[in-house]
Design a binder for this molecule. Structure first.
Ligand SMILES: Nc1ncnc2c1ncn2[C@@H]1O[C@H](COP(=O)(O)OP(=O)(O)OP(=O)(O)O)[C@@H](O)[C@H]1O
Ligand SMILES: [Mg+2]
Length: 271
């Protein structure tokens, strides 16, 4: 709607995990670096945590673009609101297993563990790597899931892990895992993403605008502080504020988004 007014090719602040828009803050760079290390060096399990909207999902999307899909087979679970048996079935299905039982009465964890192990061993024999990612892992209710994942991680072939597990979730996931000593010892790599600071918030906004085709400055330097203040430096909130600022800027026929517009928007959307 406002793209033409601001001479943009597309909307710069969509809240979708589009890897093209990734801004490498120090923290996002470090997070990605550690996850890549976990995957490439076969470290077993890794965990990325952080508050909602800080960039965990987008980071994993970027990681996936950097892996050779002819080599890596990926099972990505987005909604782990499942029982442990259902989760194992989901992993098996995403790794290509067919004809899996649908009825709860016919499902057993052992059966799925066996199927998954076979797939993992076949992948190793075929020179392939397997990556299992569980996003939103903080919603896991069934503690048995961590036990099943631990059993999966015990599967080894010639002293190597058969796959890499990445858990993503909000900060309470880290607390929960910490309490589960047996499982937490399996997490070789961990990282917690924090919010952006003032300079990074400005760079983040500029970066996303540039990707969207901006040819000139659209947000004034004074607009950054209230954006940071009202968003807490969390990218999803920054996106909400900036998107509304561009819309209101069009309505006001503003030449630039300044701190007045930002403050008005922040108050009106109550972020
Ligand atoms: N470093 C970044 N560069 C560009 N955009 C980012 C960055 N970090 C986050 N975003 C944007 O912020 C929004 C929220 O990010 P994302 O969905 O990855 O957060 P999340 O940590 O997975 O949140 P949740 O815990 O709610 O699942 C997305 O639109 C994403 O594109
Ligand atoms: Mg997410």
């Amino acid at each position: 709607m406002y793209e033409e007014y601001w001479s943009l090719k597309e909307k710069p602040f969509e809240n979708t995990p589009d890897p093209r828009f990734l801004y490498y803050s120090k923290e996002h760079e470090e997070g990605l670096f550690r996850l890549l290390y976990a995957v490439e060096e076969k470290k077993g399990a890794a965990m990325l945590t952080g508050v909602f909207g800080c960039g965990k999902t987008v980071l994993i999307r970027v990681l996936l673009t950097q892996l050779n899909r002819n080599i890596y087979q990926v099972a990505l679970i987005n909604n782990p609101h499942l029982t442990s048996v259902e989760l194992l079935r989901s992993i098996a299905r995403r790794l290509g297993a067919e004809n899996l039982p649908e009825k709860l009465t016919e499902m057993s964890a052992d059966h799925f563990l066996q199927i998954i192990e076979e797939i993992l061993i076949n992948n190793v024999k075929d020179g392939k790597e397997t990556l299992i990612i569980i996003d939103e892992a903080h919603v896991i209710k069934d503690n048995e899931i961590f036990e099943e994942l631990r059993l999966l991680l015990n599967f080894q072939f010639e002293d190597k892990f058969l796959f890499t597990l990445i858990l993503l979730g909000q900060s309470e996931l880290a607390e929960r895992i910490k309490k589960n000593k047996q499982f937490s010892q399996r997490i070789a790599i961990g990282y917690s993403l924090g919010p952006l600071g003032e300079e990074e918030t400005g760079n983040y906004i500029e970066h996303r605008l540039k990707i969207a085709g901006a040819q000139r400055q659209i947000f004034s330097p004074q607009a950054i502080k209230p954006i940071l203040h009202n968003s807490g430096g969390i990218p999803r909130r920054i996106n909400q504020i900036c998107d509304m600022c561009l819309l209101t800027g069009l309505n006001y026929e503003a030449k630039i988004i300044d701190e007045k517009i930002v403050t008005e928007i922040a108050e009106s959307i109550g972020v």
